[in-house]
Design a protein. Structure first.
Length: 323
């Protein structure tokens, strides 16, 4: 049955096994006409997923389960409209089926991004950005799949649509050790005003955060944005993270990579929000029922848990630097 025969939102709601009062979440998608959505042929899909560093066992599950308009009309209806939401700048969360043992449900939104790959390649190519740089950035997809595997008892899947949306919009770039996202300042500082162009800096979990790797990344970023975005002066970078919590200096050696990373930034003295959940998720992969469940293999892990056990808290702080 072609996807065009799926015209009733309630038909999709029943397929999703959602209660009737959840139909409104689909109605907004149904109101806008779908944008042409296509998935690559299986052999090409395998190549593209490998280029995004998706682990081979996940590719072996995902490719045979790729839906089509004929075999999976309800799934295709929803994928078309999630893709239209992506094209329209509507950030996830997007509707998806309940996660089951079926690969289609575990990778549902990754199929949206697989169909959107040509969008980001075209956008980057228009800026003269080579494909190798695009795929270096999209390697975060594979990292998200690997994180899912680690959090879910060895089962592969993908639940990182909210984060990966930034990559596929073509405004975020992996440059060496760090990531940089085109943005405007949400606040004023001594270096820039609110609304000025800035680069939002992110720190992917891909290895040691050495001063040398950060220096190299900033040097490369300076040249990258001057070449590919010459119309905008991206002079300053901002970061908002638990990594900038100065309390980490109380549990880490002064020579640690994290402390050295903090010292790159001028800190906003007035900004701090609760960071307990963030620091646990990033360092342990999950929120435990009991802190005693968490490993204590490193000084950072021991310090995080010790502070929480003694009634302390961790914070998300923010700061800026000149790229």
């Amino acid at each position: 049955m072609p996807s065009g025969l799926v015209t009733d939102v309630d038909q999709i709601r029943v397929w999703l096994d959602w209660p009737p009062d959840e139909a409104y979440r689909l109605e907004a998608l149904a109101a806008a006409p779908p944008t042409n959505f296509e998935l690559p042929e299986p052999d090409e899909a395998r190549i593209l997923l490998r280029n995004m560093d998706v682990p081979p066992p996940a590719i072996d599950e995902m490719v045979p389960a790729m839906p089509s308009p004929a075999s999976d009309p309800e799934a295709w209806w929803l994928l078309e409209r999630c893709y239209a939401a992506f094209r329209g700048g509507v950030r996830p969360p997007w509707p998806a089926p309940w996660v089951t043992d079926e690969p289609l449900t575990r990778y549902f939104h990754l199929y949206v991004f697989l169909g959107a790959l040509r969008d980001v390649l075209d956008k980057h190519a228009a800026r003269g950005i080579p494909e190798r740089a695009t795929y270096a950035t999209l390697g975060d997809v594979g990292l998200q799949v690997a994180h899912y595997h680690a959090r879910n008892g060895g089962v592969y899947g993908f639940d990182g649509a909210f984060w990966i949306f930034n990559h596929f919009r073509g405004d975020l770039f992996q440059i060496g050790r760090l990531q940089y996202e085109l943005g405007v300042a949400a606040y004023a500082s001594t270096a820039f005003g609110e609304g000025d162009p800035i680069l939002e800096m992110h720190i992917p979990a891909i290895g040691p955060l050495t001063p040398e790797s950060c220096d190299a990344s900033q040097d490369e970023a300076r040249a990258f944005f001057a070449k590919h975005f010459p119309e905008t002066d991206y002079r300053f970078g901002t970061c908002e993270s638990w990594l900038l919590d100065e309390h980490l200096k109380d549990v880490l050696d002064a020579s640690s990579n994290i402390v050295k990373f903090q010292e790159r930034f001028t800190h906003d003295p007035d900004y701090a929000v609760d960071g307990d959940d963030d620091i646990i998720r990033f360092n342990f992969g999950r929120l435990p029922d009991d802190l005693d469940e968490l490993p204590q293999d490193t000084s950072l892990q021991r310090g995080i848990v010790n502070v929480l056990k003694h009634g302390g808290h961790w914070r998300i702080r923010r700061g800026w630097l000149e790229i």
